[in-house]
Design a protein around this ligand. Sequence first.
Ligand SMILES: [Fe+2]
Ligand SMILES: [Fe+2]
Length: 245
Amino acid sequence: MLNAQEGGLKWLKIYRGAGVMQDSVPQLGSGFVRRQGMFDAVIAEADIALQVLSGAVRAKRPNPAGVFLPSSQDLDASQKRHAAGLMRVNHVGEICAQALYRGQSAVCQDVACKGLLLDAAAEEVDHLAWCGQRLVELDARPSVLNPIWYAGSFLLGALAGRSGVAHNLGFMAETERQVEAHLDSHLERLPAQDDRSRAIVLEMKADEIKHRKTAENHGAASLPAPVKGLMGAISRIMTSTAYRI
Ligand SMILES: [Fe+2]
Ligand SMILES: [Fe+2]
């Protein structure tokens, strides 16, 4: 029999890991049954948002760049600043991906679709952690605007999440397609000798391609051109500001 604290933790793990809420009512030690409600979901989401924004999240896979090397660069000051700007953009992109997929999954009623979104979000956690580690190596910090990007992206995801499975997955596929193009441009723009950032970006790109194909293979609909254009415009604002702040 679980005590109250263990019961609560068990429920949270199930909620975070699979997003499946109907099997997640733990028995508490006193004989009471804890029923989850909207308030629990809001608290759990707020907790995840705080972990993402505070940098408390940890990667499950090893960093593709290898072991952490504090400030051990072959880069001069301006190359380091440029690499940090690009990796900050990538870090913000992962903050947005995290918030988009959590926002979509929070309102998505289809269990299979919800699972695909949360699986992708789990891999984006690795990307987020790797980019954060690289920023530290480059003596740089994440964007100060991350809370705004997270909140806006979560809202956007929640709106997209109400549009049905095909459009939900279409939104995921288009997000991944735009991220993929943007990572390609970073591979060209990173300083030639910055192998560590490049290793991270290459691994991220392979994952984003996999996420896009997963969405497409599960019936992603093509989004209307104005929606794609709007997503691209938001992305351009994000990349130009995150490079600097
Ligand atoms: Fe990612
Ligand atoms: Fe992705």
